[in-house]
Design a protein around this ligand. Structure first.
Ligand code: ZN
Ligand code: ZN
Length: 212
């Protein structure tokens, strides 16, 4: 599995182009803008994009979906709960203030435990609500793409509509910190760093210390 990390868009989202080295099939996780840059990388490496995967429905993570679906033919994937939540009129109105391009409706809905296959690789969906109702992390040993659920030295905000601090911390405690400590954490933003491990976050992340 080859992982290419790039920081894109005005909110500096960490976008990942993840590919099968044997077949050149790929997925793009959180294409949050600068679609030209993302597309150039795919073309240069002769990648065939199967899916555009949203770790969650926030506009900064899905604003490249429309143009990249058009240019690559990749199908849009999102957790079913975020597909419902983000297409409610009041949610759309709340986030329209950002002025980012809207995502088309997802082509495929996923839930906890589903696998997303591309070439000889696959990612397992881990449902981690709290930042949004249908937030997901994507796991393929030893890698975990944690979206806005877990950052290096930080955790996602839970004060946006649909967020819950209790759920967020519970998701991290029961679904992420239970992964092997050597698991590599690839966050949705690089606020505290662009890469870490589960063991390091369990040890040093100030939001995840005793009794959290
Ligand atoms: Zn977010
Ligand atoms: Zn974000």
């Amino acid at each position: 599995m080859h992982i290419h990390q790039m920081t894109v868009g005005m909110l500096q989202v960490c976008c990942y182009i993840v590919s099968c080295e044997e077949t050149k099939e790929a997925v793009i996780i959180d294409p949050g803008g600068e679609e030209d840059k993302i597309l150039t990388h795919c073309l240069k490496n002769s990648l065939r994009v199967r899916y555009l995967i949203a770790t969650h429905g926030h506009p900064d993570h899905v604003c490249g979906n429309a143009s990249l679906r058009e240019s690559t033919g990749g199908k849009i994937i999102m957790h079913a709960d975020d597909a419902v939540f983000f297409w409610q009129p009041q949610t759309q109105e709340y986030f329209s203030i950002l002025g980012l391009p809207e995502s088309p409706k997802p082509d495929r809905l996923v839930k906890d435990g589903d696998t997303i296959e591309f070439g000889r690789e696959q990612l397992r969906v881990i449902h981690t609500p709290g930042h949004t109702p249908g937030g997901i992390c994507l796991y393929s040993e030893p890698h975990c793409f944690t979206g806005d659920t877990l950052f290096v030295d930080g955790v996602g905000r839970s004060d946006f509509p649909g967020g819950s601090t209790h759920e967020l911390l519970q998701s991290i405690r029961t679904r992420l910190l239970t992964l092997p400590p050597e698991t590599i954490v690839w966050p949705g933003h690089g606020y505290g760093g662009l890469k870490s491990t589960i063991g390091e976050e369990a040890r040093a992340n100030p939001f995840l210390q005793e009794g959290f």
